[in-house]
Write a protein of this length. Structure first.
Length: 327
């Protein structure tokens, strides 16, 4: 048996229940992993509310790190006793022990502790595919401006550091002056408090009127159209989240009128669909972390049984950087 967090219905943080679930033996292509720490992500909120549909009852959580206890048939890259970490679909990481597909699980380098591993996989692999693999036509070169919303969040603080390491000038937005300072301390070249400042005007000012080559927008509804206004001609908007709600239907003609723009709606789970790509992306991420180019800021820790409070704080914009659940 394992203590786990499950929901029986979609709703607010109050639907999160601590339950005991049976844990069996791994089948073909599966492993059993004992978690040492679990990562919290904004996608967990979308799954709790039902914005991203799943069958009920639903075990939540998509990120964790721990030790492999048992390995099923056909698993060749892991064995019992391995230290591992993952970002995975299907959800179910808010627990002590689980059986799960091995495909998305990688060995965690000895230099990276379990909490860091649990905090960094989903968010760090997201930054990897956004900055390295989701680029405007012609690619991003050192010196280029990009705009990254929610720059003081979990994904955001990793992106600030990674972009700096690539020589990019990241303009970060955040919801308070203190969060802006944090983003700057993590490598943002410029910061904008989008609660008090007009971010389109500020981006134009910072870029001398030219606009940015790419916008990485996880806010969605509240920022989408204004994000388009920040782009230079032929620029790329990557909408990768919906913290304020999903983007409404829009007239494609807008993209022509605003300068032959590109829009994409990527998700990590397409990028980590194969084991080979997951390993290659994880190797890149591990290299950035072990070289010191990127540190993983764990700014909040909650016990598994306090996960409802963790969700309230995340949705209430009271967190910065990464959050882990301790076991
Ligand atoms: P964060 O730590 O960034 O938390 C979300 C932040 O969004 C808040 O702290 C807040 O920062 C900002 N925000 C703006 N408007 C709202 C609002 N109305 N309600 C709540 N928050 C708001 O979360 P994560 O690092 O876990 O994820 C960041 C984003 O990236 C999420 O939208 C997530 O869904 C997305 N994501 C997408 C992936 C993909 O592959 N498509 C993979 C991983 C993450 P502030 O106060 O500074 O505005």
């Amino acid at each position: 048996m394992s203590r786990a967090i499950q929901i029986q219905q979609f709703g607010g943080p109050e639907v999160l229940q601590l339950v005991d679930l049976p844990v069996g033996e791994p089948g073909p292509g599966e492993i059993r992993v004992r978690h040492h720490a679990v990562g919290l992500n904004f996608i967990d909120v979308y799954q709790r509310t039902g914005l991203y549909p799943n069958a009920l009852p639903l075990s939540l959580g998509m990120e964790g790190a721990g030790m492999v206890e048992a390995v099923g048939p056909e698993v060749t890259h892991l064995q019992p006793g391995d230290r591992v970490a993952y970002a995975s679909a299907p959800p179910g990481s808010y627990c002590e022990l689980r059986v799960m597909p091995a495909k998305c699980v990688v060995q965690l380098p000895d230099a990276i502790d379990f909490e860091t591993g649990a905090a960094m996989m989903l968010k760090g692999l997201t930054v990897q595919y956004l900055l390295r693999r989701t680029q405007p036509q012609g690619g991003l070169q050192a010196g280029d401006f990009i705009l990254f919303h929610a720059a003081a969040g979990g994904v955001g603080l990793i992106a600030c550091q990674w972009a700096k390491a690539m020589g990019l000038q990241l303009i970060g937005t955040a919801g308070s002056d203190a969060k802006c300072e944090l983003a700057k301390a993590h490598g943002a070249a410029h910061v904008i408090n989008y609660q008090t400042e007009d971010f389109v005007a500020r981006v134009k000012e910072i870029t001398g009127g030219a606009g940015v080559k790419a916008v990485y927008d996880s806010i969605g509804k509240d920022t989408f159209e204004r994000s388009l206004d920040c782009l230079a001609p032929f620029g790329l908007l990557a909408n990768f989240g919906n913290a304020s709600g999903p983007v409404a239907a829009f007239n494609l003609g807008l993209l022509g009128a605003k300068g032959s723009l590109y829009v994409t709606r990527p998700t990590l789970f397409t990028h980590i669909a194969t084991r080979e790509r997951t390993q290659a992306m994880a190797d890149d991420l591990f290299g950035m972390v072990t070289s010191g180019a990127v540190s993983i800021p764990i700014d909040q820790r909650y016990r598994l049984e306090d996960v409802a409070q963790a969700h309230r704080d995340l949705e209430g914009r009271r967190t910065t950087g990464c959050t882990v659940l301790t076991l």
